[in-house]
Design a protein around this ligand. Structure first.
Ligand code: PDD
Length: 276
């Protein structure tokens, strides 16, 4: 395994970061996860643009184009050129004496690794998700490396043998611990608007585009937790999840427990086409 760190590619066990790195001390950094498939990195530009936008949001001065030029050398060093793999990138505010305010004049720490990873043509699982209070902060639009709320709620799901925790803020469903969520009712697709309470997922955006192409009406409004039982279908989206049908959400079992709902399936098939 190879790791790109601050301009050099190392064997993963030789890549070292200072304990004074603000990523380590404050969780002060941004990350991105993307996958390389048969025809290259899937929606690479959307992921790199989001990384740049997030760095700009928190005033980390770094040009993501620099990291982009290092992807090919990293994949080459890791013998993953042309192979299916997952690429993780992280940029933190760098190494500086521990003070809360942004330090001036310290370079960002940049890190990236790639691992073999493959995705099924269609995610055929029909998953179970629990409902948990969304006790995260009010800037979930920032793809911060501080993921404690996501980690804690995901662990609740794992400890209950569920696949994902779906989060509820003020009675409204926001997103999953590492996924976005969609509902279908009367042939219309519903998802939370891309505001400060969710991460605007690249897969979410792809699904919205597919809905437009397939002429499926979309309503970007949150669904109340107490309205779940009136929904026809539900699914999760994410880079590593693709589109995952939900069989059970909280106490509610969708009426297609062992089958995939028809709109979900239509979107899964259209999504699979994009990867060809
Ligand atoms: N998670 N919401 C949250 C909170 C996420 O962490 C993610 C992604 C998504 C889906 O975004 P996208 O479609 O761009 O992957 C939504 C990544 C994969 C992770 O933390 O591993």
């Amino acid at each position: 395994e190879k790791v790109f760190l601050n301009g050099t590619i190392y064997p993963s066990d030789a890549a070292q970061i200072s304990v004074f790195d603000r990523g380590f001390l404050f969780g002060d950094g941004i990350y991105e996860v993307m996958v390389q498939l048969d025809h290259g990195i899937f929606y690479k530009k959307a992921h790199l643009d989001r990384l740049q936008e997030n760095l700009d949001k928190i005033n980390i001065a770094y040009d993501v184009d620099q990291l982009e030029t290092q992807i090919a050398p990293l994949l080459h060093a890791a013998s993953l050129e042309e192979k299916s793999c997952l690429i993780y990138m992280q940029v933190t505010r760098g190494v500086a004496p521990r003070k809360h305010a942004y330090p001036k004049g310290y370079p960002a720490t940049t890190m990236m690794y790639a691992l073999p990873f493959s995705l099924p043509h269609i995610n055929s699982k029909n998953i179970t998700a629990i409902l948990e209070p969304d006790f995260r902060w009010h800037r979930c639009d920032i793809k911060s490396i501080s993921l404690l709320g996501n980690v804690m709620t995901n662990e609740m799901a794992m400890s209950q043998n569920a696949d994902e925790a779906v989060l509820v803020r003020d009675g409204l469903i926001t997103e999953g611990s590492h996924t976005n969520i969609f509902f279908i009712k009367d042939e219309k697709v519903y998802t939370h608007p891309a505001n400060e309470h969710i991460l605007n997922g690249v897969t979410r955006k792809i699904v919205l585009e597919l809905c437009r192409d397939l002429e499926i009406p979309v309503v970007e409004e949150p669904i109340a937790a107490n309205a779940i039982s009136s929904m026809d279908e539900a699914f999760l989206t994410g880079t590593t999840t693709q589109i995952a049908s939900i069989a059970q959400l909280g106490e509610h079992r969708f009426h297609v427990p062992d089958a995939i709902g028809k709109t979900t399936l239509k979107l899964q098939e259209a999504f699979a086409e994009l990867k060809q």
